[in-house]
Design a protein around this ligand. Structure first.
Ligand SMILES: [Mg+2]
Length: 369
């Protein structure tokens, strides 16, 4: 593949309901959409999952733009690309900035699959025809509110319910959920809200048969998680702590977790995500695909990676309509009885809706080889 030009677009889309983080509440999602166009005029699409502010990790929309413009795109234009797997090596002298790397790498993967005339899922080695998905629910004003929301999603058929937990919004909340929904697949995501001093509180959750507790301890830790996992029956799932194959290898070796949440952007792209998947499979560590409030292009990439065999647990990729009035792909992603049918068209398998993209674009710039 020889790239002719890359268009970066800064999009802003209104969320159906505000999203609350440690930086406050957001009603819009800002992100970069990457369009990589080769010399035959074929477009590959990628989406950066970096947020507007650095609450999830150190990257933001602006740092991603800088990395793409000043470092990553020049490397993309430098020489033809035989296979997207080469990019890992080509980008290797750039430390971290995984979401920026993943945004352009994802576009090249889509382009590669389109040039081969195969679905992206197949290009990655995935074989599933449909994937199971769950839903993630934020902290609510009251337990009653939370129970009502869970009821709605269980009725809609979502395969797994994930609730955010933190000290004080955990044992009682989970107990109430279990009282009403004794057999749903249920998990708690702590987003690093605990320390080892909370060990008794976390052990108290063991009686509720949770699928897992996600990232209970610090976002950069794998050592304390190993101490905690040794004392917990509930499996620990790592999210924020795993940025690479090497992180996953060390966490598995230490016994820091029994499950890993693979987010493509967090680990620097599809190639690294696949390597982590393969490593986990060898070590009997099931994986699932986490969500970052992606629009349609990012969601399509998540669906493609989830078709790999060891993604045995439902991921976070909900229907487009859960987040957006109107997504940027055609058709939009729909969920029926908790399942998404994997598209069979070439590349990501969805058409990018250029009209919607234009409506949401606040700034765009074209970079030529
Ligand atoms: Mg998480």
């Amino acid at each position: 593949m020889k790239l002719k030009q890359v268009i970066l677009r800064h999009l802003q889309m209104e969320l159906k309901s505000p999203f609350t983080t440690s930086f406050g509440s957001f009603s819009t999602k800002d992100f970069i959409l990457v369009e990589a166009i080769d010399e035959d005029g074929v477009s590959g699409w990628g989406e950066s999952v970096a947020f507007h502010s650095p609450w999830y990790n150190e990257e933001t929309v602006k740092t991603n733009w800088h990395m793409l413009e000043d470092f990553l795109l020049p490397l993309i234009f430098k020489a033809p690309i035989e296979h997207p797997d080469e990019l890992n090596e080509r980008f290797s002298f750039i430390r971290k900035n995984n979401m920026a790397k993943s945004a352009i790498e994802g576009a090249i993967w889509d382009l590669f699959a389109k040039k081969q005339n195969i679905p992206l899922s197949k290009a990655l080695g995935g074989e599933k025809k449909e994937i199971g998905v769950g839903i993630s629910i934020g902290i609510q004003k009251s337990i009653d509110d939370l129970l009502r929301i869970i009821e709605k999603y269980v009725t809609e058929g979502y395969r797994r319910i994930k609730v955010k937990i933190k000290p004080g919004w955990d044992i009682e909340v989970i107990r109430e959920i279990r009282k009403h929904f004794s057999d749903i697949l249920l998990m708690g995501d702590a987003n690093s809200a605990y320390t080892l001093q909370d060990i008794e509180r976390l052990k108290a959750l063991d009686e509720f048969n949770l699928m897992m507790i996600e990232q209970p301890l610090a976002s950069d830790d794998i050592v304390d998680h190993a101490t905690l996992q040794a004392q917990l029956q509930t499996p620990i799932c790592l999210d924020e702590s795993i940025h690479s194959y090497e992180d996953a290898r060390k966490a598995i070796q230490l016994g820091s977790c029994k499950i890993i949440n693979i987010k493509i952007g967090r680990v620097g792209g599809l190639t690294e995500a696949k390597k982590i998947h393969d490593l986990c499979q060898k070590n009997n560590i099931p994986v699932w695909c986490g969500g970052m409030l992606e629009a349609g292009v990012g969601r399509a990439h998540n669906i493609a990676i989830t078709t790999l065999e060891n993604f045995t647990m439902p991921g976070d990729t909900a229907a487009s309509s859960h987040y957006w009035e109107r997504d940027i792909i055609i058709p939009e992603i729909t969920v029926h009885n908790g399942m998404i049918v994997v598209p069979e068209g070439p590349g990501i398998g969805y058409e990018v809706d250029r009209r919607q993209v234009d409506l949401y674009t606040v700034f765009a710039k074209t970079y030529k080889a």
